[in-house]
Design a protein around this ligand. Structure first.
Ligand code: PLP
Length: 401
């Protein structure tokens, strides 16, 4: 009898999306008959706009059920290039767009296209955990740069980024409108990052998953900085803006040379993205945008409610970000007040005593040396205002008791 299957060495380097681990703890607690207030996962409890759902049904009925070209149906590539250019001020054509089953696959496909084993890849920590996992899985060396807290919010540590570049650095991952901190590059940051990328000949993944999840101001893309268009692939997703997380729909947008390779990876991996889902995406882009505005308005109200209650909790401080649906409050003093030494102690006690389920700093990469403040991450995309209020008031009573 075989007791141990021999797995490939790389499997040991594969990480997980840690928010899903927190989600399973919350589900187990709920299964014991408890109420859970879910702030852990960046999913939405808002339904996809009706016109998009109708378009999917109509496409199914019209027989849009076979394979499509590997990089997507031409109409969608064209419409996405048009929509993308309109919001970013770029000049991409349909040939620069490779439709994907979600934004996430762009991460591994980009790395497979540009990274050799042993190459160093700069990635944000705290950051979306899949970057580090995929870099290491494919044989690269993940090198963290950080996001720092200042008086107005969180910001990219450009000096730290500069210092982390070595003669082995080949790739840079930037997540502007950042998960988990909601940090946004200033114009000066965008320029500095672009200058570094050009000076060191880096290939860049620009993850813009939250570009359109914005309440105040206007988003700008690093891809428009000099020298960036020809060295960057942008991760685009329909997941968050259109409340379509489970539809699995996104795109890689970039120079033809890279998009052609990513297209070949599509052929090798999934052949193509679901046919009828691509027609729904077409409607998402060219149809009525009223429902999208409503999604944003609801998220903004949730943000304000969360920030107001969190800032009313003794020992907690939370910024009010302009974009994304994540909050990253500083809980250092609240943890000290309660005598919690570790995030595990805090999260376990909070879940058991209040039902509030959330993630902590360590779910977004190993905390770096010299990091003194403690943070948790709350997503308000998957929980309505009534539950936000009840859950966070319970959190307040617990942390202040
Ligand atoms: N990038 C970031 C920063 C994210 O937070 C997420 C999802 O949470 C993704 C990419 C991938 O999203 P999707 O695969 O649903 O497009």
């Amino acid at each position: 009898m075989v007791t141990h299957l021999r797995l490939a060495n790389r499997v040991a380097r594969l990480g997980v999306e840690t928010a899903f681990v927190v989600a399973s703890k919350a589900a187990a607690f709920e299964a014991e008959g408890n109420t859970v207030y879910p702030f852990h996962l960046g999913d939405l409890n808002l339904t996809t706009p009706e016109n998009i759902i109708d378009a999917a049904y109509a496409a199914l009925r019209k027989g849009k059920t076979g394979y499509t070209p590997n990089t997507g149906i031409p109409q969608l590539r064209e419409m996405l290039a048009y929509d993308f250019n309109k919001s970013r001020g770029t000049n991409f054509g349909p040939e620069n767009v490779a439709i994907q089953p979600g934004g996430k696959p762009v991460i591994s496909k980009f790395l497979l296209t540009v990274m050799n084993p042993g190459d160093e890849v700069l990635y944000p920590n705290p950051g979306f955990p899949i970057y580090e996992s995929q870099i290491a899985f494919h044989g690269g060396i993940p090198v963290a740069y950080t996001i720092v807290q200042n008086d107005d919010g969180f910001t990219f540590d450009i000096e730290g980024l500069k210092k982390s570049i070595t003669d082995k650095t080949r790739v840079l991952i930037v997540n502007d409108l950042h998960n988990p901190t909601s940090a946004e590059c200033s114009e000066a940051d965008r320029k500095a990052i672009a200058e570094l990328a050009v000076a060191h000949n880096l290939l860049v993944l620009i993850d813009e998953a939250y570009f359109d999840v914005r309440y105040e101001g206007v988003s700008s893309s690093i891809v428009t900085e000099p020298g960036m268009r020809e060295r960057s692939v942008v991760l685009y997703t329909f997941s968050k803006k259109f409340a379509m997380t489970g539809w699995r729909l996104g795109a890689a947008i970039g120079p033809l040379e890279l998009i052609e390779v990513i297209g070949k990876l599509n052929v090798n991996d999934e052949s193509c993205t679901n046919h009828f889902v691509q027609y729904a995406a077409l409607e998402a882009l060219e149809g009525d945008q009223k429902a999208v505005r409503l999604i944003l308005a609801r998220l903004q109200k949730r943000r304000d409610l969360c920030v107001d209650i969190l800032n009313d909790i003794r020992g907690v401080h939370c910024f009010r970000p302009n974009a994304t649906f994540y909050l990253y409050p500083d809980v250092t003093v609240a943890m000290e007040n309660k005598g919690f030494q570790t995030y595990d102690e805090l999260l376990d006690a909070v879940l058991r005593n209040t039902g509030v389920s959330m993630c902590a700093r360590e779910h977004f990469g190993t905390p770096l040396s010299g990091e003194l403040r403690k943070h948790v991450r709350l997503a308000y995309s998957g929980i309505g205002r009534k539950d936000i209020e009840t859950g966070l008031m319970r959190l307040k009573y617990f942390l202040e008791a």
